[in-house]
Design a protein around this ligand. Structure first.
Ligand code: PEP
Length: 263
């Protein structure tokens, strides 16, 4: 988060609930988060319930600032695609964002950069903001390939977006080895990759790349968010496990905002 640059993006914190909770659990967590972060005006905040709960949660949050994100979405808008949920249906259900290309989708459900690109494009066409996830595995990092892998994924997932579409997107850098493992990237490790993402965005969109939000994700907790948010190119967080209680997610948002607010 660049404190000296007036063009800094507004911080963004999104909870990724993954496969979690009943309908009533989801409403309780979402309304709890809404109440706990009600005083936060200097950041955008969203939660991502499962599909069954998405529209009900969005209805409960209607008119407020806490947004709803889908965890995935399909690129076709209708047809013989049993089991899929269209981006337009997600928007109709009240969501503002769609996470696309999460590493769990890539690992367990065969997502590729090409399918993620189609999903991102469809999300934008439906009026949603895609949160496009990229990140290297531990083997790739250990082989010294982290920056190259992330660069290739960024290109592969955004190449087909127009400049305007890219400018409206959010990028989430999530090193696979840090997701759900308790092993967070150090602020310096994360910043190195975020800076290289920013450089790549700048080569494509020189006038607008500073505005594109680049989130970090991977074992973010209340006790590590401040150091991450002090990094120049970290504009927020995609939070898995620690977004499942009101207290820890609200602390992440509050401490994350405090860390990048000049005192
Ligand atoms: C995630 O699922 O996007 C994530 C970052 O999970 P966790 O915070 O649990 O590592």
């Amino acid at each position: 988060m660049n404190m000296s640059n007036p063009r800094i993006p507004r911080p963004f914190f999104c909870g990724n609930w993954k496969l979690w909770g009943t309908l009533s659990d989801s409403v309780a967590l979402a309304t709890g988060v809404r109440d706990a972060v009600a005083g936060v005006t200097a950041a955008d905040v969203a939660v991502s319930p499962g599909f069954v709960a998405l529209a009900t949660v969005a209805e409960q949050l209607k008119g407020g600032s806490l947004g709803v994100a889908a965890q995935d979405g399909y690129w076709e808008s209708k047809g013989a695609f049993t089991g899929e949920v269209a981006m337009a249906q997600i928007a109709d259900g009240g969501a503002r964002y769609a996470i696309v290309g999460h590493s769990e989708r890539r690992q367990y459900f065969g997502e590729t950069d090409a399918s993620v690109a189609r999903k991102a494009k469809a999300a934008l066409a439906a009026g949603l903001t895609p949160i496009i996830c990229i990140g290297e595995t531990l083997a790739e990092r250990d082989a010294g390939q982290a920056l190259a892998v992330v660069a290739r994924q960024l290109d592969g997932t955004t190449r087909t977006l127009t400049d305007d579409e890219l400018a409206r997107s959010v990028i989430a850098y999530e090193p696979v080895w840090a997701i759900g493992t308790g092993r967070v990237a150090t602020p310096a490790q994360a910043q190195e990759v975020h800076a290289s993402i920013r450089d790549q965005l700048t080569r494509r969109l020189p006038a607008r790349a500073q505005q594109i939000r680049i989130l970090y994700g991977g074992s973010v907790k209340p006790d590590n968010i401040a150091d991450l948010m002090k990094q120049k190119d970290i504009d927020g967080a995609l939070v898995g496990g620690a977004s499942l209680t009101v207290d820890s997610f609200a602390k992440i948002v509050q401490q994350g905002v405090a860390a990048c607010t000049p005192s």
